[in-house]
Ligand binder design. Structure first.
Ligand SMILES: *Cc1c(COP(=O)(O)O)cnc(C)c1O
Length: 393
């Protein structure tokens, strides 16, 4: 991101400077939140995951919207993301979903961001620093039940919690784990993790430790496994109206929050045999109009998607052709007759939909992710947060 963007923004409308943008529909975000909330047992809390700039949708605007909807908690991935929310005036509890470097403890305390904790050295230092300031040191205990990324091993969790519970400033506000396969069809590994988590929670209680708010459900588990909702769910991707995986079919109404749009910058006729874009790997198969837009791989439209995706214009699908460049790419509008009708005659300035709905036609992030051999999460983060500017509608 350009450092002095706010100066430019004070002078101009950033969206109109470039002619390509991301649209974020906050009303849709709100509807998705309510649909999720309605599907939960009354009393179940919601931690809205707004890490990575809310999966590219803009953390501050999304968090403010979710705050007004009644989310109980926010989830971020690092201290900077937490500070950003605090500076924007958000007051609700913020859980950082991993344990930061010890150097971040002062900032955690200053901005009241709760860390996930899984190392005793960190816990003690956090407690001591809080004590020195005369404040509490709330945290959530992170348990590893099989994802094998971060966390105290599930069969050592009770002992760990008991051991650090003696520090007078430390408050165990919650205990959680994270599933590796909740979004997959096979349930065996999921069940093993859920059983281990249950065991760890029971063992904590057995040694006299109150685990606080117990939570483990990401979006997929929130949709599929009400039996593991415990006290709180942690939806991320479904807030933004996207599916956790192609095989996860939501039973609630979720609509995509993000659309990506661009204005045509150039239209030219390309005779048969002429190539398009770097390498000229694409050759025109006949009389066709090649249209250019100013979205490229530096905007998150991965180069690996070249020739594999469609864009929408006037409610029709057209193939993207040629290598996707850093800042631009092209698509082809076939000219069926020599004397083309107006509907087949695109003009510069017309709006193209890369992601979203246009008339009856629709291109989803799911579809684009499949074409690019990746997941909707990654494309949302890239398209939403790399270089395109966001227009909130
Ligand atoms: C990212 C994350 C989530 C949200 O995951 P989704 O699949 O987007 O719902 C929940 N919990 C933790 C610990 C995470 O890191």
């Amino acid at each position: 991101m350009v450092e002095n963007l706010s100066e430019i923004a004070a002078e101009y409308d950033l969206n109109s400077l470039r002619g390509s943008w991301v649209e974020v529909n906050l009303g849709t975000l709100r509807n998705n939140f309510y649909a999720i909330k309605r599907s939960l047992k009354p009393g179940t809390k919601v931690l809205s995951v707004v890490k990575a700039d809310a999966y590219g949708h803009g953390a501050v605007r999304c968090a403010k919207t979710l705050d007004a909807c009644g989310t109980d908690y926010f989830g971020v991935s690092n201290v900077i993301e937490g500070i950003e929310l605090r500076k924007a005036g958000l007051k609700k509890p913020i859980l950082m979903l991993s344990q930061p470097p010890a150097d971040a403890i002062d900032a955690l305390l200053e901005y009241e961001i709760m860390p996930a904790v899984f190392e005793s050295e960190f816990a003690i230092l956090y407690g001591e620093k809080a004590d020195a300031r005369g404040v509490r040191a709330p945290f959530h205990l992170k348990i590893n039940t099989g994802m094998n990324r971060i966390g105290v091993s599930w069969n050592e969790a009770a002992e760990f919690a008991r051991m650090i519970s003696f520090h007078r400033a430390l408050d165990l506000e919650g205990t959680f784990t994270h599933f590796a396969t909740a979004d997959e069809v096979d349930t065996l590994d999921f069940e093993r993790q859920a059983n281990r988590f249950n065991t760890a929670i029971n063992e904590m209680r057995a040694v006299g430790v109150n685990p606080g708010i117990v939570h483990c459900s990401n979006s997929a588990a929130t949709l599929k496994y009400p039996g593991v909702h415990f006290d709180m769910c942690r939806p991320g991707i479904i807030l933004y109206g996207l599916k956790p995986s192609p095989s996860t079919i939501p039973q609630i109404d979720l609509q995509p929050v993000m659309s990506v749009k661009a204005k045509i910058t150039d239209v030219r006729s390309v005779p048969i045999g002429d190539g398009v874009s770097y390498g000229l790997h694409y050759r025109s198969r006949g009389y066709a109009k090649i249209c250019t837009i100013s979205v490229g791989y530096a905007d998150g439209l991965h180069r690996a998607l070249s020739g594999k995706i469609d864009f929408l214009l006037r409610g029709q699908r057209y193939h993207q052709v040629g290598s996707i460049c850093m800042d631009q790419c092209m698509f082809e509008v076939p000219q069926k007759r020599l004397q083309v009708s107006a509907t087949e005659d695109p003009v510069p300035g017309e709006i193209v939909t890369l992601i979203g709905q246009d008339g009856d036609a629709c291109v989803t992030l799911d579809e684009m992710a499949e074409a690019g051999n990746t997941i909707n999460y990654e494309l949302a983060c890239d398209l939403g947060a790399m270089r395109l500017h966001r227009k909130y509608v």
